[in-house]
Ligand binder design. Structure first.
Ligand code: NAD
Ligand code: MG
Length: 381
């Protein structure tokens, strides 16, 4: 029986992780849960799973939750520090980092420091501070299993092979909600149109990123750090059927692909049970329903966010943190109806061009660049 803590348990990945844990009651016990401010759902989760610790970042909300759960035998932690306490707690065997955004960096580092088995869904942390994080993973000998479906696929394809035997990675993407819409229509796109993802059910921010292909750009940066492979050996393929979640080509010309249905519970289950595999109660791939596999190169002219991400990836340093922050602010403004769809890449480009670049930044410098990029993007909106 392994004790599992889920940071960000009220989000899309967090909820799916609890569904996987429910399916394996003999293997996993929930020991910690956290949320930014959604205490109503966190309270329900705490009553159902009986963790020893829950953390709420918002101070006021944590006091409310403390009162609501006063009869239960658990500790309510508050503030960002609560996340670090859970991440490094001696009773935690497996740490699931399902927080969105930059807030995941410090609890992730705390989990690595404490040598936890980490299931990492959050991608912003790696995009912002991948070099620092991966150095610490190596130094501590922590186990970092990716949950993002493409990276879970690559991890499974590489398996125990040496990375020097990998010639290139093929990261696949369905093409998002705008794959079949011509660029001529982009200036008039409505939010609900952009949010209609054909294959995956995800949060709004990542769904917009899938439409602009920024999500693929972020994933290339993520793969570069997680697997220590140069950016120019990671190729993006648009694969609208979304059955192959990514592929790995080896030096001998052999290509290994990972296939599955489009359900995040599968990579979550893999990350939780690693290195074992357990019989899944969830849906499986039905080959009788698949008629065709197709692959195309992404249209760079149609998706300027992808070119911006690739440029930032090649430059490295503080560029990827700036890219990530500007994208988060611009996407939020688009979702709130403050800017049109085409303004997203325009804002990111302006912020990237005007930022003060640092080649090998410290964590403090990364967070300073992140803060500056958020302020600058907000000013441009
Ligand atoms: P979400 O918005 O649904 O949930 C985010 C969770 O993080 C919530 O529990 C929220 O309370 C918590 N949170 C938000 N801000 C916080 C802060 N400042 N401090 C502490 N907690 C905070 O997000 P999601 O879709 O579940 O995605 C989580 C992460 O996983 C993201 O980095 C995303 O890119 C990545 N990811 C998601 C999917 C998916 O299918 N949803 C797939 C691949 C990768
Ligand atoms: Mg993904």
């Amino acid at each position: 029986m392994k004790n599992v803590a889920i940071l960000g348990s009220t989000g899309s990945i967090g909820i799916n992780t609890l569904k996987v844990i429910e399916a394996f009651p003999k293997h996993f016990k929930v020991i910690g849960l956290s949320s930014f401010s959604n205490t109503s759902l966190l309270e329900k989760q705490a009553r159902k799973f009986n963790p020893s610790y829950v953390a709420v970042v918002s101070d006021k909300k944590s006091k409310e939750l403390d009162r609501a759960l006063s009869k239960k035998n658990l500790k309510v932690l508050s503030g960002a520090e609560g996340l670090n306490i859970i991440a490094s707690h001696s009773k935690v065997d497996i740490l699931v980092v399902a927080i969105s955004g930059a807030a995941a960096v410090y609890p992730l580092l705390a989990g690595i420091e404490a040598k936890k088995h980490i299931c990492l869904a959050n991608k912003e942390s790696i995009v912002m501070a991948g070099s620092i994080i991966m150095k610490k993973v190596k130094r501590q000998g922590a186990l970092l299993i990716p949950v993002d479906s493409e990276h879970s696929a690559i991890f499974q394809c590489i398996n125990s092979s040496n990375i020097s035997e990998v010639s290139q990675l093929f990261l696949t993407g369905s093409g998002g909600s705008l794959h079949r819409i011509s660029k001529a229509h982009f200036s008039k796109l409505k939010v609900d149109q952009v949010l209609r993802h054909p294959k995956w059910k995800m949060g709004k921010k990542i769904t917009v990123d899938s439409a602009t292909l920024m999500n693929k750009g972020l994933e290339i940066i993520e793969a570069h750090h997680l697997f220590d492979i140069p950016i120019d050996r990671i190729k993006l393929l648009i694969h609208p059927e979304a059955v192959i979640h990514s592929m790995c080509e080896f030096v001998d010309g052999s290509v290994i692909a990972q296939l599955g249905i489009t359900d995040m519970k599968l990579p979550i289950q893999f990350a939780l049970t690693y290195p074992d595999r357990r019989k899944t109660p969830f849906q499986r791939l039905d080959f009788s329903k698949i008629n065709n596999f197709s692959f195309t190169q992404p249209d760079i002219m149609k998706y300027p966010c992808l070119s911006l991400a690739m440029a930032a990836a090649k430059i490295g340093g503080t560029s990827t943190a700036v890219l990530n922050a500007a994208d988060e602010v611009a996407v939020c403004a688009f979702l709130n109806g403050k800017i049109g769809f085409l303004k997203i890449p325009a804002i990111i480009e302006k912020v990237l061009v005007s930022h003060r670049f640092i080649e090998s930044p410290t964590l403090d410098q990364i967070f300073e660049s992140d803060k500056w990029a958020r302020e600058e993007s907000t000013r441009l909106i």
